[in-house]
Design a protein around this ligand. Sequence first.
Ligand code: NG1
Ligand code: ZN
Length: 533
Amino acid sequence: SLPLGKITLFSDLHPKLYPAYFNYGTAGFRMPGKVLDSVLFRVGILAGLRSKKMDGKTVGIMVTASHNPETDNGVKMVDPRGEMLDSSWEVYATTLANSSTTEMFLSTLEEFVEAEKIDLSKPARVVYARDTRPSGPALVAALEDGFAAIGAEARNAGITTTPILHYLVKAINTKGTEECFGDDSEHGYFTKLSEAFKKLLLGKPTPSPLVIDCANGVGAPIAAKLAQYLAASMPMLLTNTAIDNPGALNNLCGADYIKTTQKIPPSLMTVLQPGQRACSLDGDADRLMYYYLDSRGQYHMLDGDKIAALVASFIVELVKAAGLENRIKIGVVQTAYANGSSTKYLSTRLPVKCVSTGVKHLHHAAEHYDVGIYFEANGHGTVLFSQQIQNILSGCQPSTLAQSIAINHLINLAQLINQTVGDALSDMLLVEVVLAHRSYGCVEWDSLYTDLPNRLVKVLVEDRNIFKTEDAERRLVSPPGLQEKINDLSHKYDSGRSFVRPSGTEDVVRVYAEAATKQQADELAFRIAGVVY
Ligand code: NG1
Ligand code: ZN
């Protein structure tokens, strides 16, 4: 049975002091850091139970609020395969976080153990990490009290990125098996990536220096370590590395700043040379955006859609060169936020599927292909190679040298890419590999297709729950009549497309619009916002 006495003792140290409603959403729990103490403690217990339920396999816990302001924080659980927490448990997490007293928490916990038939005699194993936020250490201490209360065997991975934590979870759980993901350490991660990168770049010219905006977050120390493993094979210029500077995290820099403002970080204005490649990570280094200044000093953004286009066309060609196009089913997964031009570009090369917003939907849809590529426009994405395809690749008997080279590239790509989750640093190396193979600079990459001008606006509404969508969030079914108004407005604009959906992470409704010109896209977005409000 549950160690009720011990849990009570610890729980009283972490009372729920705030009336706030906690919700385990697409990004886990995410709130101002100061209200999260009780939540972290309870997540510690829940993670232990999740491990018991999964027969003692290791569960991951990441303490981060990603691209959100420095004063926010959050916590997210990672399932033993290195993927997001199973949805049914998100509901339990929410219920447990909202129990107002220790007594209520305990009784909810008991009901839950009963309902899930959790065998409490099983071991509980967890691995956890945090980003560089100032509220991190206290929240980790609360989490550790949760582990102690449930008696979990806990491994502290320290200050690291979200994708490295996912890597560790999968590496720990596949240790000593046929599907061994790599050595279960940061060293193992860097070795796996850097070796694959060097093999893929063999015989290619060394890339010119890449400017990396680390968002003043955990990406800074991690990218610095990666640079040591890559040495001269990948020259990197790290900027925005001030992790101890109060208020600096994600402030006027980082991947989300790039995407939402469509501007260069002010700190890079004097650093970036025309034609030079630059990229931005977010606060936990799972999102990546590229950009550059053209010869006239004009700023251009290369977002997740452009990364998908670059990577997908490269992989399609490798599979053809390997003579495997009839054995490997490749596909791309996007959301409604993907630029219409990217969808058009990709659709002529491979199947493209649109799913609802949220990494979970993208990841699951990508798993239906042998090689599934997904990127959100905001720069979060990865490529999944099914185990079966990895076996086929390693057992292949190529009949020509060209086939053998292509197969080796595919094998090395599967090592280079962090298949558990979007990983800014792994994706950055992937982009660099494709650019080197194509002999592309930013300009050539950018010219794969021209983005349709677009505009995203937030609308504060009384109750966002009345907004219900279908067809991968591209159509509103409620409130009644609203979709017809949106259609009528969109039809008035050249290449007009727009949709409205409730945010899963903020208390707002989002309006997205694209059209042939920037002015039209802005106008369409604001006219639709007007009918939504
Ligand atoms: P919401 O708030 O549901 O739009 C945002 C992003 C998603 C995803 C999640 C999780 C946009 C428009 N939405 O979701 O792509 O990244 O946060 O972090 O960028
Ligand atoms: Zn992030």
